[in-house]
Design a protein around this ligand. Structure first.
Ligand SMILES: Cc1cc2nc3c(=O)[nH]c(=O)nc-3n(C[C@H](O)[C@H](O)[C@H](O)COP(=O)(O)O)c2cc1C
Length: 446
């Protein structure tokens, strides 16, 4: 580990020199034209190789319908030109929400989702013409341990020495029964089928960041059919994929955003070396991806870590949220780790569309790293999270001008995460100051 450092690079040469000094495997390409190339995903095509990652805005109305700010966000994403818009975590039932303002993806909300999708597609077509049709996938979610809707208890599928205490979960907290999990299996599958009926291109059975499904993957100490062996821990996800596949058309994309590596010690983590959680072990994640691929999964979105325990693993930053200390590692080490994990999956499954994460810390140079990774066969599509909040039209600039504006990029300040932690709607406090500056002031004065 090289110690934490803030971003301070003014040129590609400077960042390249630091990558070399640290001995990391990150390449940058001066030619970003590869980002403009369409990407085939099954029988569908993303118009370019750039994606907006799912980013919770927490701006739903009290019924869980998209609110005014939700519509604003997605229209801005669509006008920004990304070829893939991965809609944010949306709970499949009210108790599964991580906040009162999280979107709900359930029968009662169907009409509003149809409206949001139509408006998003129209904004993209108005801006770039009818041939530009971004792939739209919705992320289906149950917050599990991080459920926070009023009157709902956190739901755990397994006790976790590292995650339970900070989440306020006591040792006598009930563990979900197999029958509770079967009910969720049904709800997830129903929501995915609804996504198909609404007109989405695909549905993501969210399996990352240690929310409920991600938690199941590491339920080594759980007894019964959803825990213990690899087959038990992967059962939920594979069952849901099977159930959905039986009910939707061949071209609908059933997918998952999958944690490749939790960085939580065994037996509480997934994708970790059993003796050293600092070392990834991708044997199980790769096996799972193989099983998903056999079931017709054409695209996988990847991530790692959890925002509640090791946020720097999920998203390298300059400044942490309140109460979290700076990690020992250099953010470039975090970026290199994320790139390496994804590259491993892409190498084993070259025909799978693999979406990579954790690019935003690279600021105006993220497109150069994205282009190098795509060209080197280390990823198929590059997604951005915080950059999408800060700079929703990043794709337009990367494709049109071959570069990003350093005055518009995400500065990895964590204020978007802070707003979320403080229970507010969120987006970029720094670059979308007109709306989120006043919200931040009110929330931080509480
Ligand atoms: C405020 C905030 C909200 C997020 N919401 C989601 C979400 O709904 N679903 C998800 O899978 N990841 C979510 N993430 C993680 C991002 O999608 C992304 O993986 C992460 O920020 C790293 O990518 P980046 O470096 O481009 O920001 C969120 C991150 C932040 C900061």
């Amino acid at each position: 580990m090289f110690g934490h450092s803030r971003f301070r690079y003014r040129s590609l040469e400077e960042i390249e020199a630091d990558v070399e000094r640290l001995g990391l495997d990150i390449e940058f390409s001066r030619d970003t034209s590869v980002l403009a190339q369409p990407v085939c995903i099954g029988s569908r095509t993303a118009p370019n190789a750039l994606a907006i990652h799912p980013m919770e805005g927490r701006d739903a109305d009290p019924q869980g319908n998209p609110g005014e700010l939700t519509f604003r966000r997605y229209m801005r994403y669509a006008r920004g030109g990304a070829g893939l818009i991965w809609f944010e975590a949306s709970a499949v039932w009210p108790e599964g929400r991580s906040s009162e303002r999280q979107l709900l993806f359930a029968k009662g909300n169907r009409a509003e989702w149809e409206k949001l999708l139509t408006v998003t597609r129209k904004a993209a077509a108005d801006e770039f013409g009818p041939r530009h049709r971004p792939i739209c996938i919705v992320q289906l979610h149950d917050a599990g341990r991080y459920r926070k809707a009023t009157g709902c208890m956190p739901a755990i599928v397994v006790r976790n020495l590292y995650l339970d205490p900070p989440a306020g979960i006591r040792s006598d907290h009930p563990v979900m029964t197999d029958s509770d999990i079967e009910t969720l299996e049904e709800a997830m599958a129903e929501a995915a089928v609804m996504a198909w009926r609404v007109g989405f291109d695909g549905a993501d059975i969210k399996s990352c960041h240690r929310y409920l499904v991600s938690d199941l993957l590491s339920a080594h100490t759980r007894e019964g059919k959803y825990g213990g062996s690899f087959e038990g821990r992967a059962r939920f996800l594979l069952n849901v994929v099977d159930r959905v596949r039986e009910q939707v058309s061949e071209d609908f994309l059933v997918t998952t955003r999958l944690n490749l590596y939790d960085a939580i010690p065994y037996p509480y983590g997934w994708g970790v070396d059993r003796d050293d959680a600092a070392v990834p072990d991708l044997s199980e994640p790769l096996r799972l991806v193989g099983l998903l691929r056999e079931r017709g999964v054409k695209i996988i979105n990847t991530s790692s870590g959890t925002p509640y325990f090791n946020p720097h693993v999920t998203r390298p930053y300059d400044a942490p949220v309140r109460g979290i200390s700076l990690p020992d590692e250099h953010p470039l080490e975090g970026v290199a780790r994320a790139f390496g994990l994804v590259a491993e999956v892409q190498k084993v499954y070259p025909d799978l569309v693999v979406v990579g994460s954790a690019y935003s810390w690279l600021r105006q140079f993220l497109g150069n790293a994205a282009a190098a990774n795509i060209r080197n066969g280390r990823v198929s599509i590059v997604g951005v999270g915080r950059t999408a909040f800060a700079y929703p039209d990043f794709a337009r600039d990367l494709i049109g001008k071959g570069r990003l504006d350093s005055h518009k990029v995400c500065i990895a300040c964590s204020l978007c995460s802070q707003l979320m932690r403080d229970g507010s709607s969120t987006r970029c406090v720094t670059r979308d100051r007109e709306i989120y500056g006043p919200i931040y002031k009110v929330v931080s004065a509480r």
